[in-house]
Design a binder for this molecule. Structure first.
Ligand code: ISE
Length: 359
């Protein structure tokens, strides 16, 4: 592929996230096109295809590999189906952007790591999109510059209005909290050493078998601590925010911003309904970064190894959730293959949609 050709992407999974990525690739970012949509549910695939009319539909990844030409794969199916597609895609030499979690458990993540290391360089980026969110990037710079001294502790809130996606305590950890298991270590540049999960009074709106909310307490290598409130049925809207306490000040990201409207005795700001709105710009920047990185042959963002680290924390989190105890985490030694840090600065996206329309 030359740098002037569009990167041909096969999107696996045409659910909410898959369809959103199809729209993003077709309408908002540059340098790529969707050439295949793969989903066992043909009606769902057809719905997504309306956003990328040139794309072919296949019901399995094997069928797409057998008769379609593409350069890269964007995997947006549920986590338990990722490993099989990743392994086949790697064998076929395709670059991969895989939605989080890389795999639910660390053993499967390590198998992915092994398969990727058969190649001379990184082939896969994990879709931990918060790494591409401007406010997280700002906070990370503040931590690393030490402009307010050293960071001491973090308070994170992760609230969903209600989630039909998170139907069990296991998914609360592996699918929702997993974001913090990647973002917070990336933010402060340290691994999580232990996890504890405590459960306060449950909301009457909690679904059966899912105590909601829950609080995770994380301890990092230097002694920094983080508490994370995970509330699946918070009702009012979607909120992901982090307050970082430093030696010389406190910084907070993720509070509602935008226009403040005063009317009939209230002053109000819009709150995003779900992650697709809250992180729209981060998703765009993440997929654009993947496309650009493939063109340069030098992948960025969370690696398969980062996906493994997050899966270790999730696995420990499940034990902590079941027992109410603090669980110490152990990781395999990091292979040299993953030692080069990627350039995680997303390129500025302003004007890209317009550029694309005129291309
Ligand atoms: C969902 O899968 C996500 O990835 C969202 O970012 C997260 O907030 C939500 O809890 C998950 O269900």
């Amino acid at each position: 592929m030359t740098s002037t050709q569009l990167l041909r992407i096969a999107v696996v999974g045409a659910g909410m996230m898959g369809a959103d990525h199809v729209a993003r690739i077709s309408q908002r970012i540059s340098g790529a096109e969707v050439v295949a949509i793969i989903d066992p549910d043909v009606a769902r695939a057809a719905h997504a295809q309306a956003l990328a009319p040139g794309a072919e539909i296949r019901t399995t990844f094997e069928l797409a590999l057998a008769d379609l030409e593409f350069d890269a794969v964007l995997i947006a199916s549920p986590g338990q189906f990722h490993e099989g597609v990743i392994v086949q895609a790697l064998e076929a030499g395709k670059r991969i952007l895989c939605e989080k979690p890389l795999t639910p458990d660390p053993e499967a993540a390590l198998r992915v790591v092994q398969a990727e290391m058969e190649h001379p360089r990184r082939m896969l980026q994990v879709g931990f999109m918060r790494r591409f969110d401007e406010s997280y990037l700002q906070l990370r710079r503040l931590v690393h510059d030490e402009a307010l001294g050293k960071v001491l502790l973090l308070h994170a809130r992760h609230r969903n209005a209600s989630s039909h996606l998170v139907t069990s305590e296991e998914l609360l950890v592996r699918d929702s909290l997993v974001h913090e298991f990647d973002t917070l270590p990336w933010l402060i540049g340290e691994r999580i050493e232990s996890i504890e999960i405590r459960v306060p009074r449950s909301s009457r709106r909690a679904s059966a078998g899912l105590r909601d909310p829950q609080i995770a307490l994380l301890e990092f290598e230097s002694g920094v601590m983080a508490d994370v409130e995970m509330f699946i049925n918070a009702q009012f809207g979607y909120q992901v925010s982090t307050e970082a306490v430093f030696e010389d000040g406190v910084a907070e990201i993720g509070e509602a911003d935008g226009m403040l409207v005063r009317s009939t005795g209230t002053a109000a700001r819009r709150i995003p309904a779900a992650f697709i709105d809250r992180f729209a710009a981060a998703y765009d920047a993440q997929v654009q970064a993947f496309v650009d990185a493939v063109q340069r042959d030098s992948l960025v963002g969370a690696s398969a190894w980062d996906g493994y680290l997050a899966a270790v924390v999730a696995e420990g989190g499940l034990v902590a959730q079941r027992t109410g105890r603090q669980v110490a985490l152990e990781y395999e030694p990091q292979p040299a293959f993953y030692s080069q840090a990627g350039d995680e600065r997303p390129r500025v996206l302003a004007g890209l949609a317009e550029e694309k329309q005129h291309a």
